[in-house]
Design a protein around this ligand. Sequence first.
Ligand SMILES: NC(=O)c1ccc[n+]([C@@H]2O[C@H](COP(=O)([O-])OP(=O)(O)OC[C@H]3O[C@@H](n4cnc5c(N)ncnc54)[C@H](OP(=O)(O)O)[C@@H]3O)[C@@H](O)[C@H]2O)c1
Length: 281
Amino acid sequence: MVYLSLYNGMRIPGIGLGTWQIRDRSLLSELLGEAYDVGYRLIDTAAAYSNEMGIARAMESNGLHRHEVVLSDKVWNTCRGYEEVQVACKNSLRKLKTDYLDIYLIHWPASPRLHPDWETINGETWRGMEKLLEQGLVRAIGVCNFKVHHLEALKKTYKVKPMINQIEFHPGVQNREIYDYCKAHEIVLQASSPLGNGEILSNEGLMELAREKGKSVAQVALRWEMQKGVAAIPKTANRNRLRENIDLFDFQLSDEEMKRIDKIPYCGGLGIDSDEVTEFG
Ligand SMILES: NC(=O)c1ccc[n+]([C@@H]2O[C@H](COP(=O)([O-])OP(=O)(O)OC[C@H]3O[C@@H](n4cnc5c(N)ncnc54)[C@H](OP(=O)(O)O)[C@@H]3O)[C@@H](O)[C@H]2O)c1
């Protein structure tokens, strides 16, 4: 496994398991057990995924101790503000049956379309995140779906810089401006939808490269992300694909192959604009 260092010194696995849309408890139990066996050490969830209790049970049923897994969770859009984020975090801790989270993220910025005072709201939510960090209830704090202007606005009032920005990032959505900004500011980028929710797997350019490398399209996409220095959290509910998505360490992409992927035009984007998002997604 490759690890990425956050600027506070904490190291996070470069590949983790995404769990959006996996709610079935027996499936979660089967997947988490298998994921641990094949080397996954980070589980990405969110209050909005309604699977925190299922994840707690799956850890229990597989005999996984809390310290063996990096748990990453997110506060939902209806819980913005200093007090609200602290209440939300404590609810998530209770559901996950733990007394700390490794990573806690703001799921979406308050959008200018809904909130004329979006800067203040994000600043206050972030102040609550800083408090959680200070109290030791979370080990690292970050954001999701923050564009450069959201990060720049936060900078005006934050005491602690975000450690992670989880954004859609894959060969079809390369988000270069945010990528460059996060690199320059030592904010680790974590790719949500690293396979474009499955949509990029039929891209011709990726398919050709995968054939040449003798690897799957998913492996080529994930390897490209890894070589870009980006963490990724592919989701699969299939045991074979679970293995495939972490089996990335016996091949490399050359500079020329990386550049071929860099040139892939926009495709497979989820199409959610964080300046437009509503409180309900
Ligand atoms: N912060 C945010 O706002 C945000 C937004 C989106 C996602 N996320 C996080 O990122 C995680 C991943 O994103 P995602 O769920 O959108 O999708 P994804 O990981 O980009 O793609 C998942 C899709 O690809 C398929 N798949 C997975 N591995 C495959 C393989 N090796 N070969 C062929 N198909 C494969 C899956 O189907 P099967 O299950 O059938 O394998 C599923 O349909 C989420 O689960 C969530 O934890 C966060």
